[in-house]
Design a protein around this ligand. Sequence first.
Ligand code: CO
Ligand code: CO
Ligand code: CO
Length: 349
Amino acid sequence: MSKDSNHVRLTHLTTSSGCAAKVSPGLLHDVLARLPIEHSERLLVGIKTGDDAAVYQVSDELALIATVDFFTPIVDEPRLFGQIAATNALSDVYAMGGVPLLALNVVAFPVCSLGTEILGEILAGGADKVKESGAVLAGGHSVEDKEPKYGLCVIGSIHPKKVITNAGARPGDILVLTKPLGTGIVVAAMKADMATEDARRSAVRWMTRLNYKASQACVGCGVHAMTDVTGFGLLGHLKGMLVASGVSARIAAARVPAHPGVKELASIGLVPAGTYANRSYVADWVEFAPSVTAVDQDVLLDPQSSGGLLISVDPERARDLVRKLEEGGDLGSVIGVIEEGAPGRIYVE
Ligand code: CO
Ligand code: CO
Ligand code: CO
């Protein structure tokens, strides 16, 4: 038996969608803290700094970047879901400043009940984005599962001295964001058939945009630290960067870009469950000024699928970076500054 894509709503086969389905950061931290971690001189970036990918030095000239990322359907169109999941997985290589070399499919799918046609479309979507990135699709692994899941394991390369981690942000740095926020809210609204066409179009356009050009814009631009904004939301990922770097930050909520209509959707309660997990994860770190509304907070905590890069750049080079980002077609939104202070502390005004 096989069902065609017109009769199956992929997002209705899951309990939570996309990066909003991520394990809560607090729980993850507890589990990882109990893992025995082997030390290796060649491991330039490992588990400790909460970075996007591992970086392993092969020679004086070459380090490999390794990452895996997969999630449940975020949209009903199988090919589009594949494109978004692959864009998201490739992003962790870009977030380290690297270039993807090869990718492996990671697949869980109810082949027994749904057949292979939809799965084929999902994989074709993933292949679209791997091709666009210039990497090679080299295989994968699949299991039968009631809830579909798809993503990639990606291997990339970088010069060992050019790795951009979470840990290099310095007081005075400018914080720049390259995509609008709110995909979690839009996806929740799409699932409830309440998303406006504008919101949907914007979210889909940005979720399928590789962070390739944004990452390239950072080369030679005095970037001190970088991460991509995904399931833990802007504030969750910023907190990770600040803790790893030993600094604080000040964010201007009004300068943070969001997809059209996101605030209206959030104000009627279309907020994914991941937002609440993210809120409690950063509760001890973030202080909101009274002027920052509950809806603004929901956007800053919204779990992103295939979000943009969050960049901490030298203040003297920020203008250059913003210009290069915008020329490449990304946003170059200046959203705040790095300050001296308690590591991880965020003040939102
Ligand atoms: Co990441
Ligand atoms: Co990731
Ligand atoms: Co296998």
